[in-house]
Design a protein around this ligand. Structure first.
Ligand SMILES: [Zn+2]
Length: 334
């Protein structure tokens, strides 16, 4: 059998470029850098509070003072961005806590910007953590508990505005209501916040990988599920349409969530639109590695860095990951 049909062997030998670490580095196509990582943080009321999230080893619900410490630690490893989620003390059917001027996220944003002005503060914009029923929008009881799209938009826009007014650098709507990017953009612009970017969770799939997050954010729906607004995991072309619509509505950056089971979506989004694209490596992805590593079944460092690299290679400019600080430390230590 002749190998010439597959290339120019023996002239061409790809192994020549794999002979030493320096040579491999020279021809490496994809980089992974701490500056491309975003650390999600869960904030709750109190002082010196660190409540461990059982299903996510090393992840805590933190009081605002502890958020500062955590963000500072991450910053020391080179992670300059955090994504805030709020856990309010009370919930209701209007999600009042989501857009309260002195809500838990708004307070924490102000504190972060005051103590760590160089820390880039992204805020998750959604209502589920603040709704007594745990859904991402206004529920119409008369319609069998359906989540109403249009009445939700005003509340989301109000929430984003309150975050931006508190000093958030980027607002990131994750609810998957139609038209929310336009509603948020318009509201921000009307209030003199035309420079606040929107990172849209444009292709957010209804996923079993979110399981551990619901422990972390106390946001499991009290009835039903989120399949009537989050995307069906089978759909790639629809994801591209979602991204196109969000960009048209004024999204500055788009996100694909989850990441690992949706690398093809990341790749297609990046190829098709070329816009700043984020991957959210979700709680289930994190917890699977943690659990396997705790059992000694995989090398945590190796598997984590390889997984994050796969997201960069697929097309993500940056990655939201619970591993942000640890990965940054591993990268620094080499
Ligand atoms: Zn939500």
């Amino acid at each position: 059998m002749s190998f010439t049909a597959f290339g120019q062997f023996p002239t061409c030998r790809p192994r020549r470029l794999r002979q030493s670490p320096a040579l491999r580095r020279l021809v490496r196509e994809t980089s992974l850098d701490a500056g491309q990582l975003v650390l999600p943080l869960f904030v709750r009321a109190g002082r010196k509070v660190r409540v461990p999230v059982a299903s996510m080893p090393g992840v805590f619900q933190l009081s605002p003072d502890e958020i500062i410490r955590e963000a500072e630690r991450a910053q020391q490893w080179g992670v300059a961005a955090v994504l805030l989620f709020g856990i309010p003390e009370t919930k209701d059917e209007k999600a009042s806590g989501a857009y309260a001027r002195n809500g838990i996220v708004q307070q924490t944003v102000r504190l972060l910007k005051k103590h760590l002005p160089d820390c880039l503060v992204l805020t998750d914009v959604c209502l589920c953590e603040y709704m007594s029923h745990g859904h991402c929008g206004v529920v119409e009881k008369a319609k069998g508990g359906r989540v109403a799209n249009d009445p939700t938009l005003a509340l989301l826009a109000r929430t984003a505005l309150s975050h931006a007014e508190a000093g958030a650098d980027v607002v990131a709507p994750s609810d998957m209501m139609d038209g929310r990017v336009a509603a948020i953009r318009q509201t921000l612009d009307q209030h003199g916040l035309a420079d606040t970017p929107i990172l849209s969770y444009a292709a957010k799939f209804a996923s079993a990988y979110y399981g551990p997050f619901r422990d972390a954010a106390d946001s499991a729906p009290q009835f039903g599920d989120r399949r009537a607004y989050q995307m069906d995991g089978a759909n790639a072309r629809e994801a591209l349409r979602e991204v196109a619509m969000d960009l048209q509505e004024g999204a500055d950056m788009v996100m694909v969530k989850p990441a690992l089971a949706y690398l093809d979506i990341l790749h297609r989004v990046k190829t098709e639109f070329g816009c700043p694209t984020a991957a959210y490596s979700v709680s289930g992805e994190f917890s699977m590695i943690k659990a396997a590593a705790a059992n000694g079944w995989v090398d945590e460092r190796g598997v984590t860095l390889e997984t994050l690299l796969s997201m960069r290679r697929a097309g993500a400019d940056f990655i939201v990951t619970y591993y942000a600080a640890e990965a940054a430390r591993w990268l620094k230590e080499g």
